[in-house]
Design a protein around this ligand. Sequence first.
Ligand SMILES: C[S@@+](CC[C@H](N)C(=O)[O-])C[C@H]1O[C@@H](n2cnc3c(N)ncnc32)[C@H](O)[C@@H]1O
Length: 392
Amino acid sequence: MIKYLGSKRGLLPQILRAVGAAAGDRAVVADLFSGSARVSHALKAAGWRVLANDELPFAQTLACGLVQADAERWGARADRLLAELSHLPPASGWFTATYAETARYLHPVNAARLEAMREAIERLDPEPELRAILLTALIQAADRVDSCAGHQMSFMRELAPRAMKPLLLRRPELLPRPAAGPCLALAEDAVSLAGAIECDVAYLDPPYDQHVYLSNYHMWETLVRWDRPDTYGRAQKRTDCRTRRSAFNTRAGIGPAFARLVTGLRARTLVVSYGAEGFLARAELERMLAGRGFLHVLEVPHRRYAGTRLGIHNARGEKVGTPGPDGTMERLYVASDRRLDLPRNQDYRMVHEAAEAAGALDTQQAADALAVQQVADAGRCTAIAAGPSATA
Ligand SMILES: C[S@@+](CC[C@H](N)C(=O)[O-])C[C@H]1O[C@@H](n2cnc3c(N)ncnc32)[C@H](O)[C@@H]1O
């Protein structure tokens, strides 16, 4: 799995326990901001049927390669093709010039090998799931030998030691199809998608602040789209980084977007990751979620990403800001139409439950919250209505 800002790698046990308390064996679980696909992958491994979604095409490709594609269907062909790609000679062109010479995210030889492999995939034009597996393998291989601090807004002054290692392709961590049914990866705006799907549990992990994921991972977007975009600045970002923005990245936009998402989703349970330092105030988020019925809030201490811990550096690699604190608090909000039996142990602390929500609710709101809203109509929700860009 790739390095990804906001990855919930460290919170997987808590997320899986929260989903497990709400989801039966054959449940459909939607991960509407799937990012690195780490959470969706763990949900699939746990046996649920997963609908992964992220508005960025490279993230959808990761989810298609790691979650939608099943090991038994593609494993052997993927191994054969990855072995062939590994033996291609380097072919330096615009990708190498942009990302390994003008900017220096990769060693030029690794970039030229990547470029040769990516061109070969374009010529092969494989089925969408196989293409996603191959592209995921390329992204993972490049991520292991990159020369930046976990994002592509800047790069090291001198190539990092890991960037001197040869690029090695490995088969992505494919999983067998869950008994619950096939998984799906989409690239939609989560708010627009919310009304078009039904699921048992929806996991929501939107951006918390102004950091735009397209800008942070513009090279992955280019590697997937292979569209030779115009670029700008020292970081060589795609020019569409200036225009493609998420409502969740602005103080004014996040509240209304979250509210539409929470009211629009047809799911009995929502599990929401949200950091203590996000744009949206805790009380506002709790007010929205309490309307779904019972609300549990869990606090989990979380180590910050390396960039914040190291401090801010300018383009010459000089430290110009002081490091931030090592840790922050991640919160996991579990809102359901019924009281869930959430496990309590030392890393999974129950802060409050149901309508007693942290004094944020007045008496009438508390009474409303207790009057359990029936979110999904009778019975289990198993149908997935795929959006227009679903890949077969
Ligand atoms: C905090 S990250 C998710 C991290 C993910 N849970 C993981 O473990 O890797 C937020 C993700 O939301 C995506 N995103 C932002 N706005 C979106 C929107 N309106 N609809 C769907 N995805 C969105 C971003 O592209 C980013 O990948």
